[in-house]
Design a protein around this ligand. Structure first.
Ligand SMILES: *Cc1c(COP(=O)(O)O)cnc(C)c1O
Length: 369
């Protein structure tokens, strides 16, 4: 049997992964060293420090989980909740729903605040539930990748604080694409992913926990039900003098993340946010000329995830497969209740480039006429 690997060069304009900078891919081909090698411990410390800068936090406990972002979501929820606790989840898309799944599996009581898909959560509804149900934890998605909605966080963060609840934020698609201010917005726990606006390969997911969150975790009555995701055990590998073995960290992936973070900081966060916004506007102009309509109103649109309605008469699957096979461009299908109705065009990190946008617009012009 002949085994071939022939991987085409795609332009990744879906909901992630985004394209990786060649420097990031090269970092993965550095010599393999041990996960407790002093040279690797330096890389770990620098990675933590750079992540703090991106999250805009001083939290000591800030590091990447060795697993995709769904595991980081689960990590935050299983550490912060014990059986019998109450959690309030804001739901207006797929990822809010996924948080609910996690809460139920922890044996916690779930309170939902819903908004229609593509619309922001109303802080007043959150306040009502905070008064009535006194949840221990409030969870929300900052950048809902299933709809392209940018959720304002400050007001809800302040409410959570006022009613003595912990505040957990999903920043998987927001980090390094739009501003995230963990400390200023009173966020107690946050998680992200590497394959969206950080433009590193998928498979790692940064998290950060506030002192307030850690105190609650240390005072738990019961053990965290996941051994692998127990923050106290993970911390003994990622922090301190001892650096105890917990699991064999994905060394090459961490090299890649480390390089990707360096690239983000070389560009500068503010410049990076501006670039995402400008490229979004370029795409928006072109798409509107072709007759596309956005799902989300202008005030709440994410620059890095453009959800547009598929025009009547256009064959969803056929056009996406032509884009991929004839033009090497990947865009995202609709998820959940938007399946078959919406396309999701990602402009994340390295994929947010005017030349890619022009190529996509030219291709769409030919394909949908
Ligand atoms: C992509 C994404 C996730 C899940 O990330 P995986 O790496 O696929 O597990 C969670 N939340 C949001 C908002 C996302 O966009």
């Amino acid at each position: 049997m002949e085994i071939e690997t022939n991987i085409p060069k795609r332009i990744l304009m879906g909901p992630g992964p985004s394209n990786a900078n060649p420097r990031v891919l090269n970092a993965m081909s550095r010599p393999l060293i041990g996960h407790l090698d002093p040279e690797f411990l330096k890389i770990m410390d620098q990675t933590k420090e750079m992540l703090r800068t991106l999250f805009k936090t001083k939290n000591e406990m800030t590091f990447p989980i060795s697993a995709p972002a769904s595991a980081a979501m689960e990590c935050c929820i299983v550490n912060l909740l014990e059986p019998g606790d109450t959690a309030l989840i804001c739901v207006n898309g797929v990822f809010g729903q996924r948080m609910c799944e996690n809460v139920e599996r922890c044996g916690a009581k779930l309170i939902r605040v819903d908004a229609p898909w593509g619309q922001p959560i109303d802080p007043e509804l959150v306040e009502t539930e905070l008064i009535e149900n006194k949840p221990k934890l409030v969870c929300i998605v900052h950048a809902e990748t299933s709809t392209g909605l940018r959720q304002p966080l400050e007001e809800i963060g302040k409410l959570a604080k006022d009613y003595d609840a912990l505040f957990l934020v999903d920043a998987v698609t927001s980090l390094a694409g739009i501003d995230v201010q963990m400390d200023n917005w009173k966020i107690d726990a946050i998680y992200s992913g590497t394959q969206k606006c950080l433009s590193a390969p998928p498979g790692l997911s940064p998290v950060s926990f506030s002192e307030n969150a850690l105190q609650k975790i240390r005072n738990r009555q019961s053990k965290v039900q996941s051994w692998f995701l127990d923050i106290n055990l993970l911390d003994s590998y990622w922090s301190g003098e001892k650096r105890a073995y917990h699991h064999t960290a994905p060394v090459s992936s961490i090299f890649a993340l480390h390089e990707a973070l360096k690239i983000v900081l070389e560009e500068g966060l503010e410049n990076r946010f501006k670039r995402h916004q400008q490229n979004h506007e370029l795409l928006k102009e072109g798409l509107e000329k072709l007759g596309f309509e956005f799902v989300v109103d202008e005030a709440h649109r994410l620059p890095q995830l453009n959800a547009v309605k598929i025009p009547a008469g256009v064959d969803d699957a056929k056009v996406r497969s032509q884009l991929l096979n004839e033009f090497n461009i990947e865009i995202g299908a609709g998820l959940g209740e938007f399946a078959g109705k919406v396309w999701r065009i990602g402009l994340m990190g390295e994929s947010s480039q005017p030349e890619y946008i022009n190529q996509l617009l030219e291709a769409l012009k030919k394909l949908i006429k």
